[in-house]
Ligand binder design. Structure first.
Ligand code: IPE
Ligand code: IPE
Ligand code: MG
Length: 270
């Protein structure tokens, strides 16, 4: 079980452990080039490959990508159908490569709506890569933060009616779609909008937010490094004061230097 940021202070590292991204701006990228929206989505898929590689190289352990929201069904039927097709071919063509690179694939969201063939490809891909350890790549597809909370609450209440009125965060946690991952440290949204669009509502409670005007197809390793640099300048207080954060850092540094300093008596003897 991972630490809840509202119950305990998670460890802060220079490289975020979990990065969650809203990949926005594919349509505008295509429009700027007088191309159909789907061309932007195809280019966006290339940017996904680059982002996965860059995250693995930087030691990020979890990368979560918002690919299709529960509200994206409102788009024209043709675009929805092409996005589904793109998802299917990505599953067919990329899973073996993920596996070769020791990457674990997970998909969150109500994927039954995409049809049996996609569900089967997802389950096969997840099973094949289940024991990989380098990076966990999560694709959120037909995902909505409210859907996630509701499905979790409904299952919890059904399975544990005896605890009604006394549920805790720890009771709910295993039912949430991302129960296998720590909460995101860094949230990135490309495309210039500054909103969550029903992404990971519960899990983003103490996540650092980073917005960039870059359109998703233009997002690359350099852009990722900029986001990480911004993250490294943040002070993650988790409700504490600045002074308390500084004190905790001094204590952590002090504790490790006590262990690492050589014993002066040994120096005299040698
Ligand atoms: C994000 O790009 C991809 C999906 C939502 C599937 P958009 O398609 O939303 O691109 P814009 O926002 O219209 O530019
Ligand atoms: C959010 O992008 C969802 C995905 C990136 C999959 P949208 O483009 O759908 O978000 P809104 O509608 O502008 O908020
Ligand atoms: Mg958009």
């Amino acid at each position: 079980m991972f630490t809840s940021s509202t119950h305990a202070i998670p460890e802060t590292r220079a490289i975020p452990r979990h990065v969650a991204i809203i990949m926005d701006g594919n349509g505008r990228w295509a429009k700027q080039r007088f191309m159909p929206r789907i061309a932007g989505h195809r280019k966006g898929a290339d940017a996904v490959r680059a982002a996965v590689r860059a995250c693995a190289e930087r030691g990020i352990e979890y990368l979560t990508l918002f690919a299709f929201s529960s509200e994206n069904w409102r788009r024209p039927a043709e675009e929805v159908s092409m996005l589904k097709q793109l998802f299917r071919s990505a599953l067919e063509n990329e899973v073996a490569k993920l596996h070769e690179n020791n990457i674990r694939l997970r998909v969150i969201g109500d994927i039954a709506a995409f049809g049996e063939d996609i569900v089967r490809l997802v389950r096969e891909g997840e099973a094949l890569t289940a024991n990989n350890t380098r990076l966990t790549l999560t694709i959120a597809a037909n995902y909505g933060g409210r859907w996630d909370l509701l499905q979790a609450v409904n299952r919890l209440v059904t399975e544990h009616p005896e605890k009604a009125g006394r549920y805790t965060e720890a009771d709910l946690a295993p039912y949430l779609s991302m129960h296998y991952a720590p909460e995101p440290d860094l949230f990135i949204r490309t495309g210039g909008e500054q909103r969550i669009s029903n992404f990971l509502l519960w899990q983003l409670a103490y996540t650092e937010f980073y917005f960039t005007d870059l359109l998703w197809p233009d997002f690359n390793a350099v852009a990722l490094d900029k986001a990480i640099e911004s993250y490294q300048r943040r002070e993650r207080r988790f409700g504490r004061t600045s002074e308390q954060v500084a004190q905790a850092a001094r204590e952590a540094a002090g504790a490790s230097s006590v262990v690492e300093l050589p014993d002066p008596r040994q120096k005299l003897a040698s």
